[in-house]
Design a protein around this ligand. Structure first.
Ligand code: GLP
Length: 243
């Protein structure tokens, strides 16, 4: 069962999670972080960047793997996850660019998906995976129906996800129709996972993920079975929890 922390704000969540990551980096300067994109982890990255500065944390050995990438967006595209990770993670945290990996949205085939899996394995696996959640319960870009043993692969985005993400683009037509994502099986191999969710639009997905049946129809529900899962939510995202 996941540990659940209800906080007052996304800012407070960011501080809590950043402290946890910073402590792990002190213990293990070669920590392997799994990084999510989207709005949700922004406060965590900001708080962690502050801690890196204040405590002069040595980030030279820290590795990072992104969860997913849009198919067809090159790293030069401002909304590619390669660009987002560079802007929000690599630079503010002072990571070595060579230690930061994002699936190749321009190759997006079985061979490059397998190479990504291999790179994670070669790094010794992910120590701490940060996750957001889609309003339909997706994690990474594993949409409802994704197999719990799925691995990194190309997958189609459903319409509601494209609508949710249209705010990052000029129009919904520009939101890619496919993505490369770590699979649920890949994510589950992370030694620990931290799922963050803020705001009322996430409340139903959080309640279903934490209190509903464990089902491939609600991908995040599998986190109930992860041995080291922490869920940090604000009061709005927690509002449909009953237990
Ligand atoms: C996106 C991303 C996920 C992210 C989720 C929530 O589509 N692929 O990795 O966690 O949906 O996004 P947000 O944090 O912007 O609400």
């Amino acid at each position: 069962m996941a540990e659940v922390k209800i906080v007052r704000s996304a800012a407070e969540a960011g501080v809590i999670v950043a402290e946890r990551i910073a402590a792990q980096i002190v213990d293990n300067p070669a920590l392997v972080l799994g990084v999510a994109t989207g709005s949700t982890p922004e406060t965590t990255y900001r708080s962690l960047a502050e801690l890196v500065r204040e405590r002069s944390l040595d980030m030279r050995g820290v590795r990072a793997f992104a969860l997913d990438e849009y198919v067809g967006l090159s790293p030069e595209h401002a909304q590619s996850y390669a660009a987002v990770v560079d802007r929000e993670v690599t630079r503010p945290l002072g990571l070595q660019p060579g230690n930061v990996h994002v699936p190749d949205g321009m190759a997006a085939d079985d061979a490059s998906s397998q190479m990504y899996e291999q790179a994670i394995e070669n790094a010794g696996g992910i120590d701490l995976q940060l996750l957001g959640i889609g309003s339909n319960g997706h994690i990474g870009f594993n949409e409802p129906g994704s197999a719990f043993d799925s691995r990194t692969r190309v997958t189609a985005l459903i319409e509601s996800t494209r609508c949710d993400n249209a705010r990052f683009f000029d129009s919904i037509d520009q939101v890619p129709t496919h993505a490369v994502t770590q699979g649920i099986g890949t994510i589950l191999e992370a030694k620990s996972v931290v799922l963050l969710a803020f705001g009322a639009p996430k409340a139903a997905a959080i309640a279903a993920a934490l209190e509903g049946p464990v089902t491939e129809d609600l991908p995040a529900s599998i986190l109930q079975r992860h041995p080291h899962a922490l869920v940090v939510v604000d009061q709005a995202a927690a509002s449909e929890l009953t237990r």
